[in-house]
Design a protein around this ligand. Structure first.
Ligand SMILES: NC(=O)c1ccc[n+]([C@@H]2O[C@H](COP(=O)([O-])OP(=O)(O)OC[C@H]3O[C@@H](n4cnc5c(N)ncnc54)[C@H](OP(=O)(O)O)[C@@H]3O)[C@@H](O)[C@H]2O)c1
Length: 298
């Protein structure tokens, strides 16, 4: 590493200023940037590549599918040569403790070393709101290690922490299912659409490095158990949801009820869950889970 210095962020203030997450302004208005999206074939990555391309930037999807492997380093030099910004929205193929740690540690290390060699001006990474409070989980220990490597790299950076994606609620449900019963703690959750996660990350990537963490979150707050119960009922899924304060959430037990919630300064997204469900249900729209009580939000 070259030892390039960055200015530490003084606070978690909202650097993504503007009236909406999608209303991005480029660092120098009209400047076309070369942006490499590691994990650019994934859920968030593919949306990011489209959005950045639509805005006139040269965005490249880099992942094993396109011949770039951050874990082994294969193809990284070719991909990063000439990049202004690298966005890392890759994910570990396995959530198992050791595999996740190996993935985020090695892939992030390889990426940052390559960025240093090619004088990349901004590293942007997607992480999870509450990561430091979820350290019973190997996956979240790996995410915190990813954040630490970025902070200590000397490369100007922005870490965007998002709450759970609406698209991820099914995986949360499946992970909590044993013998057809879903056990979930009654913790608060403030999920958001992957589209707006991509907008938030894209916005950060074309702005100046924040050298700290910015948070983005959904517009409405729910109880996790109630939300899943309601969604399953609406879909006709027969699984019973049992409220259990000690049920694990990806290995984290006895969670405080606000562990998944964003800080006060978080930028709040606009797409509500009910609208997202309507938009994403084809061809016969399933009624939105209106019965899940919105604890706060419009
Ligand atoms: N799920 C949530 O609710 C949530 C909330 C906040 C933050 N996040 C964070 O969001 C990030 C992205 O999640 P996602 O759901 O968009 O992921 P995803 O759809 O599973 O996509 C993962 C991407 O990573 C790529 N990848 C896997 N191994 C790689 C490697 N060795 N080198 C380079 N790329 C590799 C995949 O490429 P291939 O297609 O080629 O395999 C794919 O493009 C994650 O870091 C996660 O921690 C998630």
């Amino acid at each position: 590493m070259s030892g390039r210095k960055t200015t530490p962020a003084s606070n978690l203030a909202n650097s993504l200023s503007g009236s909406a997450i999608g209303a991005a302004t480029t660092q120098a208005k009209g400047q076309i940037m070369n942006i490499v999206v590691i994990g650019g074939t994934g859920l968030i990555g593919s949306k990011l590549v489209s959005k950045l391309t639509e805005r006139g930037h040269r965005a490249i999807a880099a992942s094993p599918e396109t011949g770039v492997n951050a874990l082994t380093g294969a193809g990284l030099a070719e991909a990063l040569d000439g990049a202004d910004v690298v966005i890392d929205v890759s994910n570990s193929p396995s959530f198992e403790d050791a595999a996740a740690m190996e993935f985020f540690k090695s892939a992030t290390g390889n990426l940052l070393a390559a960025e240093d060699a090619f004088n990349v001006k901004h590293h942007v990474a997607l992480s999870v709101v509450g990561t430091e409070r979820l350290q019973q989980s190997g996956y979240f220990r790996a995410k915190l290690e990813q954040e630490r490597l970025i902070r200590e790299s000397g490369i100007p950076f922005t870490i965007v922490r998002a709450t759970q994606f609406y698209e991820f609620l099914g995986r949360i449900t499946d992970a909590a299912t044993v013998d057809g019963t879903v056990r979930l703690p009654p913790v608060f959750i403030q999920p958001m659409a992957a589209d707006e996660v991509a907008q938030g990350v894209g916005r950060a990537s074309v702005g100046a490095p924040f050298n700290g963490i910015v948070e983005i979150a959904g517009p409405q707050r729910y109880r996790l158990d109630e939300l899943v119960r309601s969604a399953l009922a609406k879909k006709g899924d027969p699984r019973e949801v049992v409220t259990d304060p000690h049920a694990p959430y990806f290995g984290v037990v006895a969670m405080d009820e606000d562990v998944l919630l964003p800080s006060d300064g978080a930028r709040i997204a606009e797409i509500k869950l009910a609208d997202w469900v309507t938009r994403n249900t084809r061809p016969t729209p399933t009624p939105a889970p209106e019965e899940a009580q919105v604890v706060s939000g419009g």
